[in-house]
Design a binder for this molecule. Structure first.
Ligand SMILES: C[S@@+](CC[C@H](N)C(=O)[O-])C[C@H]1O[C@@H](n2cnc3c(N)ncnc32)[C@H](O)[C@@H]1O
Length: 362
Protein backbone atom coordinates (compact mmCIF):
# COMPACT_ATOMS: atom_id res chain seq x y z
CA UNK A 1 0.00 0.00 0.00
CA UNK A 2 1.22 3.48 -0.80
CA UNK A 3 2.12 5.68 2.14
CA UNK A 4 -0.44 8.40 2.75
CA UNK A 5 1.11 11.80 2.98
CA UNK A 6 -1.12 14.13 4.89
CA UNK A 7 0.56 17.46 4.38
CA UNK A 8 1.55 19.84 1.66
CA UNK A 9 5.21 20.01 0.66
CA UNK A 10 7.42 23.07 0.47
CA UNK A 11 9.20 24.02 -2.59
CA UNK A 12 10.67 24.88 -2.35
CA UNK A 13 19.69 30.79 -2.24
CA UNK A 14 35.41 39.62 -5.87
CA UNK A 15 35.78 43.06 -5.12
CA UNK A 16 35.60 45.34 -2.12
CA UNK A 17 32.41 46.83 -0.79
CA UNK A 18 30.59 48.98 -3.25
CA UNK A 19 33.56 50.53 -5.04
CA UNK A 20 32.06 53.31 -7.12
CA UNK A 21 28.55 52.60 -5.89
CA UNK A 22 28.76 53.24 -2.18
CA UNK A 23 26.70 56.41 -2.51
CA UNK A 24 23.36 55.39 -1.12
CA UNK A 25 20.22 57.12 -2.14
CA UNK A 26 18.70 59.41 0.42
CA UNK A 27 15.35 59.78 -1.32
CA UNK A 28 12.59 57.99 0.59
CA UNK A 29 10.69 55.23 -1.22
CA UNK A 30 7.56 56.59 -2.88
CA UNK A 31 4.24 55.46 -1.47
CA UNK A 32 2.80 52.46 -3.19
CA UNK A 33 0.57 53.57 -6.01
CA UNK A 34 -2.88 52.27 -6.86
CA UNK A 35 -5.34 50.32 -4.74
CA UNK A 36 -3.90 48.35 -1.88
CA UNK A 37 -5.85 46.26 0.56
CA UNK A 38 -5.11 45.96 4.22
CA UNK A 39 -5.40 42.62 5.98
CA UNK A 40 -8.65 40.90 5.10
CA UNK A 41 -10.14 43.56 2.82
CA UNK A 42 -11.47 42.96 -0.68
CA UNK A 43 -8.97 42.56 -3.52
CA UNK A 44 -10.26 45.53 -5.48
CA UNK A 45 -8.09 46.47 -8.41
CA UNK A 46 -6.15 43.20 -8.46
CA UNK A 47 -6.16 40.81 -11.37
CA UNK A 48 -7.79 37.43 -10.86
CA UNK A 49 -4.38 35.75 -11.29
CA UNK A 50 -2.90 37.81 -8.46
CA UNK A 51 -5.91 37.16 -6.23
CA UNK A 52 -5.63 33.39 -6.81
CA UNK A 53 -1.91 33.46 -6.12
CA UNK A 54 -2.42 35.50 -2.93
CA UNK A 55 -5.10 33.09 -1.73
CA UNK A 56 -2.78 30.12 -2.19
CA UNK A 57 -0.03 31.74 -0.11
CA UNK A 58 -2.52 32.99 2.49
CA UNK A 59 -3.94 29.54 3.14
CA UNK A 60 -0.48 28.00 3.09
CA UNK A 61 0.89 30.30 5.81
CA UNK A 62 -2.26 29.92 7.91
CA UNK A 63 -1.99 26.12 7.78
CA UNK A 64 1.70 26.29 8.70
CA UNK A 65 1.14 28.66 11.61
CA UNK A 66 -1.51 26.36 12.98
CA UNK A 67 1.08 23.57 12.89
CA UNK A 68 3.49 25.64 15.00
CA UNK A 69 5.70 27.02 12.22
CA UNK A 70 7.72 30.12 13.21
CA UNK A 71 8.76 32.24 10.22
CA UNK A 72 12.04 33.42 11.68
CA UNK A 73 15.28 31.64 10.79
CA UNK A 74 16.75 32.36 14.24
CA UNK A 75 13.70 31.28 16.22
CA UNK A 76 12.63 28.32 14.08
CA UNK A 77 11.43 25.21 15.89
CA UNK A 78 11.05 21.61 14.86
CA UNK A 79 7.80 21.24 12.92
CA UNK A 80 6.65 17.76 11.98
CA UNK A 81 3.95 19.13 9.69
CA UNK A 82 6.69 19.18 7.02
CA UNK A 83 7.18 15.56 6.02
CA UNK A 84 10.04 16.02 3.54
CA UNK A 85 10.87 19.71 3.42
CA UNK A 86 13.91 21.36 5.01
CA UNK A 87 11.43 23.40 7.10
CA UNK A 88 11.02 20.34 9.33
CA UNK A 89 14.03 21.12 11.55
CA UNK A 90 16.16 24.19 12.43
CA UNK A 91 19.34 22.30 11.46
CA UNK A 92 17.99 21.62 7.96
CA UNK A 93 16.89 25.24 7.66
CA UNK A 94 20.42 26.36 8.54
CA UNK A 95 21.98 23.95 6.06
CA UNK A 96 19.71 25.02 3.20
CA UNK A 97 18.92 28.70 3.81
CA UNK A 98 22.05 29.68 5.78
CA UNK A 99 24.24 29.92 2.65
CA UNK A 100 21.51 31.92 0.86
CA UNK A 101 21.29 34.48 3.65
CA UNK A 102 25.11 34.67 3.83
CA UNK A 103 25.27 35.23 0.07
CA UNK A 104 22.60 37.97 0.18
CA UNK A 105 24.47 39.83 2.92
CA UNK A 106 27.89 39.36 1.36
CA UNK A 107 26.73 40.46 -2.11
CA UNK A 108 24.82 43.51 -0.88
CA UNK A 109 27.82 44.42 1.32
CA UNK A 110 30.27 44.09 -1.55
CA UNK A 111 28.29 45.62 -4.39
CA UNK A 112 26.20 48.23 -2.57
CA UNK A 113 27.39 48.88 0.96
CA UNK A 114 25.93 49.19 4.46
CA UNK A 115 22.44 50.43 5.30
CA UNK A 116 21.15 49.76 1.78
CA UNK A 117 17.58 50.62 0.84
CA UNK A 118 16.15 47.31 -0.32
CA UNK A 119 12.83 46.49 -1.94
CA UNK A 120 12.05 42.85 -1.07
CA UNK A 121 9.46 41.76 -3.64
CA UNK A 122 7.25 38.85 -2.61
CA UNK A 123 8.67 38.73 0.92
CA UNK A 124 6.22 36.04 2.06
CA UNK A 125 6.27 35.70 5.84
CA UNK A 126 9.41 37.84 5.99
CA UNK A 127 12.17 35.55 7.24
CA UNK A 128 14.66 36.81 4.63
CA UNK A 129 13.51 40.38 5.22
CA UNK A 130 14.26 40.03 8.93
CA UNK A 131 17.83 38.87 8.25
CA UNK A 132 18.46 41.80 5.91
CA UNK A 133 17.22 44.29 8.50
CA UNK A 134 19.15 42.54 11.28
CA UNK A 135 22.27 43.23 9.16
CA UNK A 136 21.43 46.95 9.23
CA UNK A 137 19.61 47.36 5.92
CA UNK A 138 16.40 49.34 5.41
CA UNK A 139 13.84 47.11 3.79
CA UNK A 140 10.51 47.84 2.17
CA UNK A 141 8.94 44.40 1.90
CA UNK A 142 5.83 43.73 -0.13
CA UNK A 143 3.63 40.76 -0.83
CA UNK A 144 0.21 40.21 -2.34
CA UNK A 145 -0.72 37.71 0.41
CA UNK A 146 -2.17 39.66 3.33
CA UNK A 147 -1.82 36.76 5.80
CA UNK A 148 1.87 36.54 4.96
CA UNK A 149 2.30 40.26 5.63
CA UNK A 150 0.31 40.04 8.87
CA UNK A 151 2.51 37.10 9.97
CA UNK A 152 5.67 38.98 8.99
CA UNK A 153 4.53 42.01 11.01
CA UNK A 154 3.92 39.80 14.03
CA UNK A 155 7.38 38.23 13.75
CA UNK A 156 8.88 41.71 13.48
CA UNK A 157 6.96 42.93 16.54
CA UNK A 158 8.39 40.10 18.65
CA UNK A 159 11.93 40.24 17.17
CA UNK A 160 14.40 39.98 20.06
CA UNK A 161 17.49 40.80 17.93
CA UNK A 162 17.79 44.58 17.99
CA UNK A 163 21.56 45.16 17.74
CA UNK A 164 22.39 46.97 14.50
CA UNK A 165 18.82 46.58 13.24
CA UNK A 166 18.01 48.73 10.19
CA UNK A 167 14.29 48.99 9.50
CA UNK A 168 11.40 47.17 7.87
CA UNK A 169 8.24 48.52 6.32
CA UNK A 170 5.78 45.80 5.33
CA UNK A 171 3.05 46.45 2.77
CA UNK A 172 0.36 44.35 1.13
CA UNK A 173 1.09 45.25 -2.48
CA UNK A 174 1.93 43.71 -5.80
CA UNK A 175 5.21 44.20 -7.65
CA UNK A 176 3.24 45.47 -10.61
CA UNK A 177 1.95 48.50 -8.67
CA UNK A 178 5.25 49.56 -7.06
CA UNK A 179 6.92 52.92 -7.60
CA UNK A 180 9.92 54.62 -5.96
CA UNK A 181 13.64 53.93 -6.23
CA UNK A 182 15.89 51.62 -4.22
CA UNK A 183 19.55 50.62 -3.95
CA UNK A 184 18.63 46.95 -4.21
CA UNK A 185 15.66 45.16 -5.63
CA UNK A 186 15.43 41.64 -4.24
CA UNK A 187 13.43 38.77 -5.66
CA UNK A 188 13.87 35.94 -3.18
CA UNK A 189 11.87 33.21 -4.86
CA UNK A 190 9.26 35.54 -6.37
CA UNK A 191 10.38 36.20 -9.94
CA UNK A 192 9.53 32.67 -11.06
CA UNK A 193 5.92 33.30 -9.95
CA UNK A 194 5.59 36.19 -12.41
CA UNK A 195 4.34 35.26 -15.86
CA UNK A 196 6.82 37.14 -18.03
CA UNK A 197 10.40 37.30 -16.74
CA UNK A 198 11.49 39.71 -19.45
CA UNK A 199 8.65 42.17 -18.69
CA UNK A 200 9.26 41.80 -14.94
CA UNK A 201 12.96 42.65 -15.24
CA UNK A 202 12.08 45.65 -17.44
CA UNK A 203 9.52 46.73 -14.81
CA UNK A 204 12.22 46.39 -12.11
CA UNK A 205 14.73 48.74 -13.76
CA UNK A 206 12.97 52.08 -12.96
CA UNK A 207 12.68 50.92 -9.34
CA UNK A 208 16.49 50.95 -9.11
CA UNK A 209 18.48 54.10 -8.59
CA UNK A 210 21.37 54.73 -10.95
CA UNK A 211 24.00 52.11 -10.12
CA UNK A 212 21.47 50.09 -8.10
CA UNK A 213 21.48 46.29 -8.18
CA UNK A 214 18.95 43.56 -8.78
CA UNK A 215 19.57 40.53 -6.59
CA UNK A 216 17.62 37.34 -6.96
CA UNK A 217 17.49 33.79 -5.72
CA UNK A 218 15.33 31.71 -8.03
CA UNK A 219 14.85 28.07 -9.05
CA UNK A 220 16.22 26.51 -12.24
CA UNK A 221 14.46 23.16 -11.98
CA UNK A 222 14.80 22.57 -15.72
CA UNK A 223 18.58 22.16 -15.26
CA UNK A 224 17.98 19.04 -13.21
CA UNK A 225 18.67 15.81 -15.13
CA UNK A 226 17.86 12.14 -14.76
CA UNK A 227 21.32 11.43 -13.34
CA UNK A 228 20.61 13.95 -10.54
CA UNK A 229 17.35 12.10 -9.88
CA UNK A 230 19.19 8.76 -9.89
CA UNK A 231 21.47 9.98 -7.08
CA UNK A 232 18.47 11.12 -5.02
CA UNK A 233 16.62 7.86 -5.74
CA UNK A 234 19.67 5.89 -4.59
CA UNK A 235 19.84 7.84 -1.32
CA UNK A 236 16.08 7.64 -0.69
CA UNK A 237 15.98 3.93 -1.53
CA UNK A 238 18.84 3.13 0.82
CA UNK A 239 17.39 5.25 3.62
CA UNK A 240 14.02 3.53 3.20
CA UNK A 241 15.66 0.09 3.24
CA UNK A 242 17.43 1.01 6.48
CA UNK A 243 14.17 2.31 8.01
CA UNK A 244 15.54 5.85 8.03
CA UNK A 245 13.10 7.41 5.51
CA UNK A 246 9.51 8.57 5.99
CA UNK A 247 8.30 6.09 3.37
CA UNK A 248 8.68 2.34 3.79
CA UNK A 249 10.45 0.25 1.11
CA UNK A 250 7.06 -1.43 0.42
CA UNK A 251 5.36 1.89 -0.22
CA UNK A 252 8.06 2.79 -2.77
CA UNK A 253 7.11 -0.39 -4.72
CA UNK A 254 10.57 -1.10 -6.14
CA UNK A 255 10.70 -4.80 -6.90
CA UNK A 256 12.20 -4.91 -10.40
CA UNK A 257 14.64 -2.84 -12.49
CA UNK A 258 11.59 -1.44 -14.31
CA UNK A 259 10.16 -0.28 -10.95
CA UNK A 260 13.49 1.32 -10.08
CA UNK A 261 13.55 3.17 -13.40
CA UNK A 262 9.99 4.39 -12.76
CA UNK A 263 11.04 5.51 -9.27
CA UNK A 264 13.98 7.53 -10.69
CA UNK A 265 11.55 9.08 -13.18
CA UNK A 266 9.15 9.99 -10.35
CA UNK A 267 11.97 11.68 -8.41
CA UNK A 268 12.98 13.59 -11.55
CA UNK A 269 9.38 14.75 -12.11
CA UNK A 270 9.06 15.76 -8.47
CA UNK A 271 12.08 18.05 -8.56
CA UNK A 272 11.47 19.47 -12.03
CA UNK A 273 7.78 20.19 -11.48
CA UNK A 274 7.92 20.82 -7.70
CA UNK A 275 5.10 18.43 -6.94
CA UNK A 276 4.78 14.86 -5.82
CA UNK A 277 1.84 12.47 -5.59
CA UNK A 278 0.57 14.11 -2.42
CA UNK A 279 0.83 17.67 -3.75
CA UNK A 280 -0.51 17.41 -7.31
CA UNK A 281 -1.48 21.10 -7.33
CA UNK A 282 2.01 22.29 -6.34
CA UNK A 283 2.78 25.38 -4.30
CA UNK A 284 0.50 27.93 -5.98
CA UNK A 285 -1.24 28.50 -9.33
CA UNK A 286 1.64 30.58 -10.69
CA UNK A 287 4.59 28.63 -9.34
CA UNK A 288 7.23 28.20 -12.06
CA UNK A 289 5.53 30.56 -14.52
CA UNK A 290 9.03 31.60 -15.60
CA UNK A 291 11.86 29.08 -15.89
CA UNK A 292 15.37 29.63 -14.56
CA UNK A 293 16.64 30.00 -18.14
CA UNK A 294 14.03 32.64 -19.01
CA UNK A 295 14.83 34.53 -15.81
CA UNK A 296 18.62 34.43 -16.38
CA UNK A 297 18.30 35.43 -20.00
CA UNK A 298 16.12 38.44 -19.06
CA UNK A 299 18.51 39.44 -16.25
CA UNK A 300 21.58 39.15 -18.48
CA UNK A 301 20.05 41.13 -21.30
CA UNK A 302 19.09 44.11 -19.09
CA UNK A 303 21.74 44.22 -16.34
CA UNK A 304 25.52 44.12 -16.07
CA UNK A 305 26.15 40.80 -14.41
CA UNK A 306 28.17 41.04 -11.21
CA UNK A 307 27.85 37.46 -10.08
CA UNK A 308 26.03 34.22 -10.75
CA UNK A 309 26.13 31.43 -8.17
CA UNK A 310 24.60 28.00 -8.60
CA UNK A 311 23.36 27.04 -5.14
CA UNK A 312 22.04 23.62 -4.11
CA UNK A 313 20.79 20.57 -5.96
CA UNK A 314 18.52 18.32 -3.92
CA UNK A 315 18.78 18.71 -0.13
CA UNK A 316 15.63 20.79 0.27
CA UNK A 317 13.43 17.78 -0.55
CA UNK A 318 15.57 15.19 1.15
CA UNK A 319 16.82 16.18 4.60
CA UNK A 320 13.31 16.56 5.99
CA UNK A 321 12.33 13.06 4.83
CA UNK A 322 14.85 11.32 7.06
CA UNK A 323 13.64 9.53 10.19
CA UNK A 324 15.42 7.66 12.98
CA UNK A 325 17.71 8.37 15.94
CA UNK A 326 18.24 12.12 16.24
CA UNK A 327 22.04 12.00 16.22
CA UNK A 328 22.07 9.74 13.14
CA UNK A 329 19.70 12.05 11.27
CA UNK A 330 21.78 15.12 12.21
CA UNK A 331 24.99 13.52 10.95
CA UNK A 332 23.31 12.35 7.74
CA UNK A 333 21.93 15.85 7.13
CA UNK A 334 25.42 17.36 7.50
CA UNK A 335 26.83 14.72 5.16
CA UNK A 336 24.12 15.29 2.54
CA UNK A 337 24.59 19.06 2.62
CA UNK A 338 28.37 18.59 2.12
CA UNK A 339 27.72 16.13 -0.73
CA UNK A 340 25.25 18.52 -2.38
CA UNK A 341 27.70 21.44 -2.13
CA UNK A 342 30.58 19.36 -3.54
CA UNK A 343 28.35 18.05 -6.34
CA UNK A 344 27.59 21.59 -7.48
CA UNK A 345 31.24 22.64 -7.18
CA UNK A 346 32.62 19.64 -9.09
CA UNK A 347 29.74 19.38 -11.54
CA UNK A 348 28.39 15.91 -10.72
CA UNK A 349 25.07 17.46 -9.61
CA UNK A 350 23.05 20.12 -11.41
CA UNK A 351 21.80 23.14 -9.42
CA UNK A 352 18.12 23.51 -8.69
CA UNK A 353 18.40 27.19 -7.75
CA UNK A 354 20.78 30.07 -8.30
CA UNK A 355 21.67 33.53 -7.06
CA UNK A 356 22.25 36.34 -9.53
CA UNK A 357 23.25 39.93 -8.91
CA UNK A 358 23.44 42.51 -11.66
CA UNK A 359 23.88 46.26 -11.84
CA UNK A 360 21.51 48.61 -13.63
CA UNK A 361 23.16 49.91 -16.79
CA UNK A 362 23.84 53.63 -17.06
C1 LIG B 1 7.96 31.28 -3.01
S1 LIG B 1 7.36 32.65 -2.12
C2 LIG B 1 8.87 33.42 -1.60
C3 LIG B 1 8.75 34.02 -0.22
C4 LIG B 1 10.01 34.62 0.37
N1 LIG B 1 10.51 35.75 -0.41
C5 LIG B 1 11.13 33.60 0.50
O1 LIG B 1 12.30 33.93 0.23
O2 LIG B 1 10.87 32.46 0.91
C6 LIG B 1 6.77 33.75 -3.38
C7 LIG B 1 6.04 34.95 -2.81
O3 LIG B 1 5.80 35.88 -3.88
C8 LIG B 1 4.51 36.45 -3.66
N2 LIG B 1 4.04 37.00 -4.94
C9 LIG B 1 3.61 36.31 -6.01
N3 LIG B 1 3.27 37.16 -7.01
C10 LIG B 1 3.52 38.41 -6.55
C11 LIG B 1 3.37 39.72 -7.11
N4 LIG B 1 2.91 39.88 -8.35
N5 LIG B 1 3.71 40.79 -6.35
C12 LIG B 1 4.18 40.62 -5.08
N6 LIG B 1 4.32 39.41 -4.50
C13 LIG B 1 4.01 38.32 -5.22
C14 LIG B 1 3.68 35.31 -3.12
O4 LIG B 1 2.53 35.76 -2.43
C15 LIG B 1 4.69 34.60 -2.22
O5 LIG B 1 4.62 35.04 -0.89
Amino acid sequence: MKATLARTQDAADQSDTGAGVARLHTERPARIASVRKDDGGPDLGRSLEIQEEARAFDSRIEERLEAGFIPDLRRAVRCEYFYKSFWRDPQFIRLYLGPVVEAFLELVGRHVGPAARILDVGCGAGYMTLELARAGHHVTAIDIASSCIRTAKEALASNPYHDGFGSISYEVASFEEMTGTYDVLLFSGCLHHLPDAEASVRKALPLLREGGVLLCWEPCHEEWRVDDAAQVALIRGMLATAGLWYETPESLEIGTPADLWRFIGDVHEEYVHERDKSEPGGQSPHDNESSGREILSALRSHLDELEYRPMTSFIYRLMGGMRGPEETVRRMADFLADYDRLGIEKGFLRPNNFIFIGRKRT
